[in-house]
Ligand binder design. Structure first.
Ligand code: HSE
Length: 436
């Protein structure tokens, strides 16, 4: 059978990784796919660099439209990123009857519903394994490997940049700003790291996983997105003394009231495997009702790890291209007419445990006042840490870990605690998950 023809839009880090791995492993990949997979056309604004990266072996153009409109191309790989031009090109490729592979989490998390609908109408596939956790085959695992399960929750370290920063803050006791600069110098963080450090990148990936896990449309706009920019080294240290690590987790959970969809710094017990995922690595913990917990670990970014996911999608599409569309794996795991409209819960209605740090005047009755307020909001205390005031100081920190409660109870209690004359400044609140 003649090889399947692929057009590549954007040949940066992941694009060149894809080109190289496809070439290096072409025999094995063809043996698995049932026919050869060949990149025959590349579009990139920097045509000279593109020619160099592809050893002048493929046609290089600067206008991506020439790829998506080329009748000889069967599959388009979109590695441009963002949701402007990338969205137009993906929709054009679909309209032209081409299958699409993309690593673009922002695009899928925000416009996935429209893209999947268009793909369904044209009987083409849109594959996006590389959009979530880079080289870890988590989409495949959720959509196929765990298909027998009712998924209960997912908790993931799905942004390498922030995990690297948090690891360094803990290891070296340094503040966020200093570590961020170091991460940029080492190339772990982008020159503009906003999407990573503000939790947006993780929320894009979480949104996609939630849809597949729970059979709901992608709804990035309903996700709670909180990054690590306000996290203090002090809290990482106190958490450690209490037996916890702080990670930027993407958490999605099915509850009776609806679905939780949230990204924020989270205390997790230091003894959990996922708490020990360090540096730029990613890990996703999934709990299914039949299988229990499964953990997926690996590189969430980089040329060849991400290429590994892109090529897995190419192979899947190649194998399924001739299959009856009805028998393909649905984009979001559930058949399009069987999607649920389960509500995504506002943060006030989520239930979790909390780490609270308050700076107080060290005098009789302070603790009694605080615990009374917590009791009035039906918040039960799980553990407490009070530091002796430093020499000559009259103020100190009190840290409390709570049992599970609704976020709105905690917000009410914090407002009252902050009003106490003996409490100085704001209360620091970090959510805590036991993950069991
Ligand atoms: N910027 C991402 C990260 C990788 O730091 O994990 C691509 O999504």
């Amino acid at each position: 059978m003649k090889s399947i023809k692929v057009g590549l839009l954007g040949i940066g880090t992941v694009g060149s990784g894809t080109f190289n791995v496809l070439k290096r492993n072409q025999q094995e990949i063809a043996a698995r796919a049932g026919r050869g997979i060949e990149i025959t056309m590349v579009a990139d604004l920097n045509t000279e660099r593109a020619k160099e990266l592809t050893n002048n072996e493929v046609e290089v153009v600067s206008d991506a439209n020439l790829v998506v409109n080329n009748p000889d191309i069967d599959i388009v790989i979109e590695l441009i990123g963002g949701y402007g031009i990338a969205k137009d090109l993906v929709l054009k490729a679909i309209a032209n009857g081409k299958h699409v592979v993309t690593a673009n989490k922002a695009l899928i998390a925000t416009h996935g519903n429209e893209i999947f609908k268009a793909a369904q109408e044209k009987n083409v596939m849109v594959a996006f394994e590389a959009a979530v956790a880079g080289g870890i085959p988590i989409i495949k695992a959720l959509r196929e490997g765990l298909t027998a399960n009712s998924i209960e929750w997912i908790a993931g370290i799905i942004n390498g940049t922030t995990n690297f920063i948090l690891s360094e803050m803990r290891d070296k006791g340094l503040d966020f700003d200093i570590v961020l600069k170091e991460a940029q110098r080492l190339g772990y963080a982008e020159a503009d790291p906003t999407f990573d450090i503000e939790g947006v990148d993780a929320a894009h990936k979480l949104t996609i996983m939630a849809s597949i896990a729970f059979g709901i449309p992608v709804q990035f706009d309903k996700a709670h997105v909180e990054g690590i920019t306000k996290l203090q080294a002090t809290d990482i240290r106190y958490a450690e003394q209490l037996g916890y690590r702080i990670k930027l987790l993407g958490i999605t959970k099915r509850t009776d009231a609806g679905i939780e969809l949230r990204v924020h710094p989270t205390l997790i017990p230091a003894s959990r495997l996922i708490a020990n995922v360090e540096g730029a690595m990613n890990a996703v913990l999934v709990r299914g009702d039949a299988v229990g917990e499964t953990l997926y670990y690996g590189k969430g970014a980089g040329a060849e790890p991400t290429a590994s996911a892109v090529i897995a999608d190419l192979v899947d599409i190649t194998r399924l291209a001739t299959a009856d569309p009805e028998h393909r794996v649905p984009h979001l795991a559930f058949q399009p007419d069987a999607m649920a409209d389960t509500k995504i819960l506002p943060m006030a209605e989520i239930t979790t445990s909390y780490y609270l740090r308050m700076h107080v005047t060290d005098q009789a009755g302070v603790l009694a006042d605080v615990t009374r307020i917590l009791a009035d909001s039906s918040i039960s205390i799980d553990a407490m840490l009070q530091k002796e005031p430093a020499d000559g100081e009259t103020q100190t920190d009190i840290i409390m870990l709570t049992h599970k409660t609704q976020e709105k109870n905690v917000e009410t209690a914090i407002a009252k605690i902050e009003n106490l004359a003996t409490v100085v400044g704001k209360v620091t609140k970090i959510r805590l998950e036991e993950l069991n």
